[in-house]
Design a protein around this ligand. Structure first.
Ligand code: SAM
Length: 299
């Protein structure tokens, strides 16, 4: 039988099961074995690798993972796909499918039991585009024993993830990812290799977890709010963004200026020009400015 990740087999599977793709769940199935193989080559998966997949769909990527990895665990939210996967993946005995929302799953527990004995656990996924960032951040913030991530996502988000300071794509997401991982773009994937075609091209990003975080932060929530608010209006200077972000910012303008200067930052600079180390400098200086409190609203 043909591999699932081919146009012919995918059409056949959809027809046999009378399955209508749900756009709202980001269902774009990959139908190109070359693309999958080139990503999996880079991920260097062996029989001692345990792989977590998010959103197996009809099993196109899952099948190729099962051929290379020791064990695969895939989380699929769409209950209608469970009987489809039971059918398409029936030749493989190293796959577990969990029907559920990856954002609500107890990933840590699932890993501990299932992947025991594996040398490493990694994530490989063609992510549903409507929640790419929440899924990635949910993995990273939990400090799970996952060493590497190979994730396909819409090009624009992938570019933001691996962006460097002083570029158009650089923002608080780039900083958050840089805090937890060493990220780089692995390859670009044209929209034509999916069924149905999404509106935009995709990118595969590799993220390798840092053994030690890039900067030392004890209150990560506060640190990330400091970075997010600095980009609230990209054209504004960091001083002006912080005037809006801090309680009574207008009255406390001089203190905010002093905060930035004591961290070695020219208040006229824009948020996009600051490195993660410079944001860390502001974060640590903030402890010396007791009058400065970020506004409570979600920033
Ligand atoms: N891996 C398949 C492939 O490459 O052909 C399908 C990828 S498709 C882009 C995304 C998949 O994620 C869909 O099967 C969708 O139902 C599933 N999905 C969407 N939201 C999810 C969630 N919150 N948790 C788990 N799976 C989800």
């Amino acid at each position: 039988m043909k591999d699932i990740a081919t146009a012919g087999r995918t059409k056949q599977v959809l027809k046999t099961h009378g399955f209508d793709v749900k756009k709202s769940l980001g269902q774009n199935f990959i139908v190109d074995l070359n693309v999958i193989n080139s990503v999996l080559d880079k991920a260097d998966i062996g029989t001692q690798t345990g792989v977590i997949e998010v959103g197996p769909g009809i099993g196109s990527l899952t099948e190729q993972l099962a051929k290379r990895a020791g064990k695969v665990m895939a989380f699929e939210i769409d209950q209608r796909l469970i009987p489809v996967l039971q059918d398409t993946l029936s030749p493989y005995d190293n796959i577990t499918i969990i029907n559920g929302d990856i954002l609500k799953a107890d990933i840590d527990r699932a890993i501990k039991g299932y992947f025991e004995g594996m040398e490493e656990v990694i994530v490989v996924a063609n992510l549903p585009y409507y929640i790419t960032t929440p899924i990635i951040m949910n993995f990273l913030e939990q400090n799970l024993p996952i060493g590497r991530y190979y994730v396909m996502m819409q090009k624009e988000v992938g570019e933001r993830i691996s962006a460097l300071p002083d570029t158009k794509s650089y923002g608080s997401l780039s900083i958050a990812i840089d805090y937890y991982t060493n990220a780089r773009t692995v390859q670009i994937v044209p929209k034509t290799v999916f069924m149905p075609n999404p509106n935009v091209d995709s990118i595969v990003v590799e993220m390798v977890k840092r053994e030690k975080k890039k900067v030392e932060i004890d209150d990560e929530a506060l640190f990330f709010r400091l970075t997010r608010t600095a980009f609230a209006q990209r054209r504004k200077t960091i001083l002006n963004n912080y005037i809006s972000a801090f309680e009574n910012g207008k009255q406390l303008k001089n203190e905010i200026k002093e905060l930035l200067e004591s961290a070695g930052i020219d208040p006229k600079r824009r948020g996009e020009s600051l490195t993660i180390e410079e944001y860390s400098g502001i974060y640590h200086e903030l402890k010396n400015f007791s009058a400065l409190k970020l506004r409570n609203r979600q920033a």
